[in-house]
Write a protein of this length. Structure first.
Length: 174
């Protein structure tokens, strides 16, 4: 997805939000909108409070991306929450691809972007295991850049319903 596509998506989301604000057809007392949340889960291996360099870099990029997503989505009434999960060495050895995995509203970053996950050797913290990589449009990323996290977040946000469909107070039949 190109940056122009992302800008177009943001513009469309803002237009929909503006229409909703200007519309007096919804009665907020009888027609509450469901909570709109972009929930991001990031998992990484921690051994004695240490993680690998790629996960450290991803964490900094995640923090940057969350700030951008919050400022972009807040006007739409969409909150952004982040949950940073520690995986144990035993869990990592059972499935090394869990480390440095980002899940947004129940789907992996790769699913939102039409990307693939891969693996490559990492560092001493990870031992002999190959850690997760993300492959997007022919590029392989060991640390996940903020741009990819923002892209996936915006695509996920676009999938969040903005109104309560078919509510009786909103003109629906139920």
């Amino acid at each position: 997805m190109r940056i122009t596509t992302i800008i177009t998506l943001i513009t469309a989301l803002f237009a929909v939000a503006a229409e909703m604000k200007e519309s007096d057809t919804m009665d907020s007392k009888c027609c509450p909108t469901p909570a709109k949340e972009l929930h991001i889960i990031w998992e990484r291996l921690l051994v004695e409070n240490e993680t690998c360099p790629r996960c450290s870099t991803t964490e900094a990029e995640l923090d940057k991306a969350v700030g951008l997503l919050q400022s972009s989505l807040e006007p739409l009434g969409i909150s952004v929450t982040v949950e940073k999960k520690e995986i144990t060495l035993a869990e990592f050895k059972a499935d090394p691809t869990r480390s440095n995995r980002i899940v947004i509203n129940g789907r992996t970053l790769e699913e939102w972007l039409g990307a693939q996950s891969g693996q490559s050797p990492c560092c001493d913290v990870c031992g002999d295991e190959e850690c997760r990589t993300v492959e997007v449009a022919g590029n392989t990323y060991e640390a996940i850049p903020a741009e990819l996290i923002v892209r996936a977040g915006l695509v996920a946000a676009a999938a969040i319903p903005l109104t309560v469909p078919d509510a009786p107070c909103c003109g629906g039949s139920k």
